[in-house]
Design a protein around this ligand. Sequence first.
Ligand SMILES: [Zn+2]
Ligand SMILES: [Zn+2]
Length: 880
Amino acid sequence: MPIDKEYLPGEVETRWIRRWADAGLFRGDPTAGKDPFCMVIPPPNITGNLHIGHVLVYTLHDVVARWQRMQGKDVLWLPGTDHAGIATQMVVERALKAEGTSRTEIGREAFEQRVWEWKEKYGNRITDALKNLGSSCDWSRERFTLDEGLSRAVRTVFVRLYDEGLIYRGRYIVNWCPGCHTAISDLETVHETEQGALYTIRYPAAGDGDNALELATTRPETLLGDTAIAVHPDDERYRNRIGGRVIVPLVNREVEIVADDFVDPEFGTGVVKITPGHDPNDFEAGRRHGLEEILVIGPDGKMTAAAGEAYAGLDRHEARVRVVADLEAAGLLVSVDTHEHAVGHCQRCGETVEPLVSRQWFVKVGPLAEPAISAIEQGTTEFVPATWSKVYFGWMRNIHDWCISRQLWWGHRIPAWYCDACGTTLVREEDPTGCEDCGGELRQDEDVLDTWFSSGLWPFSTMGWPDETSDLAHYYPTQLLITGHDIIFFWVARMLMMGLKFRDDVPFDKVYIHGLVRDAQGQKMSKSKGNTIDPQEVQERYGTDAVRFTMSILAAPGNDIPLAPERMEGYRAFANKLWNATRFVLLKTGVKGPSKWDPGELTLADRWIVSTFRTTLASVDRHLESFRFDHAADTLYHFVWGDFCDWYIELSKPGLQAEADPRRAEVTRSVLLTVLSGLLRILHPMMPFITEELWEKLPGCDGFAAVAAWPSREHYAEDAEAVGQMKLLQQTVVKIRRLRAESRIDAGKRILVLLHADDREVSSMLAEQRELIAGLVRAESVSVVDFVDHDLVAARGLAAGVQIALPLEGLLDFDAERERIGKELAKVDKELTARNRKLANQAFTSRAPAEVVDKERALQDELALRKERLQKNLANLGST
Ligand SMILES: [Zn+2]
Ligand SMILES: [Zn+2]
């Protein structure tokens, strides 16, 4: 098959994506009688655009999937997307706003319709991008968290947990976004440090006396909802005040002074206000002390009637200004100090998040968390790197009930119905038609479920649960989950809890936690900093394989990954190198596949490359098994670029050209083809496109590389002797090349090489390989000698115990060369003397900046080295 002069990734990628899909290579088949290897994708949001972080995650998934498939496993990489409740709803709401309408105006049904339309139109941008990366997902099993099957799984789980008392409705403090009008998760809350104020306020004592207490707060408007103040039980300053009462300013409510460990005596005055309705810590404290939860800020961000007539209806920000002014007028504002503190903002709309108590649905997680903790303790599921299990335990052992209701329209609507006539609540898998108690009319709960509720079921809901499908039987539990550390709690922990609860088994054997991609300086990538990398752009510029290889070689586990685009440039060159080497092989070897050889027919170089391939294969396997994608890629890089392209291709030339010895030519061909076919396969998981393209052209390779058998070590004989001898030869050759360059011998000139080794064996090996060495250094002849004449005018060197001499007679004009070296030597010497003097001067070394002194020292070293080399070259020319 003809091969282009140049590798053109764009055209090749498009073609193979289509051909792989047409051939159905990536379809899981539970009936195939093979061991399963299954991964479910972390479902990207349908609103998402592929960013460079995705490229990392999906590349690692695909490397594992392809590697396992080539090992003969029945691989299922199950793809899908998440409906992403709040994100998607916001996108469509923005579109409605631009049209001059709103979701409340068009109503729930029409709104949901609009979101589905949006999804049809834009929801596959992310999956299209995933396909363009070459991801070997089974698209016939693609799932969406809101599709029919998954919605049924969600209802089944909800109803079962409710029936067991593990789902309940109650009042609880949540992160509330007044902009989006919904409870949001901690993950959707972005904390930013802001310059704010710390207000110190005086709370007069109840009754008489002037025993007022002072306390500090950053949110003075919430004092309208105070139902206690607190001190630390061991704080001597306030010990006799515990149980006493103070008056909350402005609302004039008498409240108790309680003692509680959570108070930090070092903060402010050591006295804190307790506002159970609007602060998570105060909420917990309030529950401990049986305090009333008064809501003074409403879901719309405006002050409620409970805030008092003077403030009701005011926006919370205005209310703060008014409260501070009123405190000052009343003489109760002690001081206002500037204060840096973290403020939570809604990730979607940027509004300041308001913690508030509201009526929500919750999962009682305690009983679910216990088995999920012991699954990790006992190693049923393993974190890689293992240190992440500590983070996991930290969260799981302090777990709070999980608020699962969201005040949105896009998502799984909560399957609870209320009868206003008799007050009954029905929770059902199928929509009920009327009240079962009084026959009255029912009204369904308006809220939808947190998206993490459905993604928590992902490993089994995607396989057809609650039906007992053959996919579930074959693929659950899955073998591996690859994800980021930011969602260990939100996603990994929930999947573990739900899997153990509903499948009685963990959802995955291993969880590999990848690092986060950052810019070359280690900074977080963000649009505002302008340091993001657009995957599509770099794929087009460098080729997808180069991008994938970059991701693989940088993927050290658990670490942040600094990404410089120049790396991709380097791996594009790597792809080209492989292309050109294969092209050379194809042009030389014809169309016939490799034939068998006898071990005795191999040259040293053949034995060496075969053995080195075997070692490379073993390393790649070992590294991939331990998730060292970085080491595996590095090993491949050095084998392909160094051993194969730079050395073996050169070493094979004499054999290929041995016209007088057709058998030798045939063996060389066969070795080249055999090693290349192995190399293309082990490189395939990281660089699927170029390897597939070359595989198709390589004689003797059938079918697709994507489903070719992973090379077996038995086919590549180990040969420690050849490896040792080759290493010595390579060092010798490198040294000869260096001597040649240093002596300024014209590149076109053929040289004589004299070699001497004291060791008999080395000596005879060198003698046997004279022809090979000569070819590699463009030598007229290579002689192995008993000794090198002392008076010979030659460039001399030593490599791995081998003495090297390159006679210079006839290659250089000695006089001219001596003069040139002499001049250069004088110049270097002058510079070096100046440097030495400067660095001996205390006034300079003590006053100049450290980096300037370091630079001078480096220069000094370099000059000394150059002087030494010139003197040696001069000596090599002999005396006049
Ligand atoms: Zn918001
Ligand atoms: Zn009823």
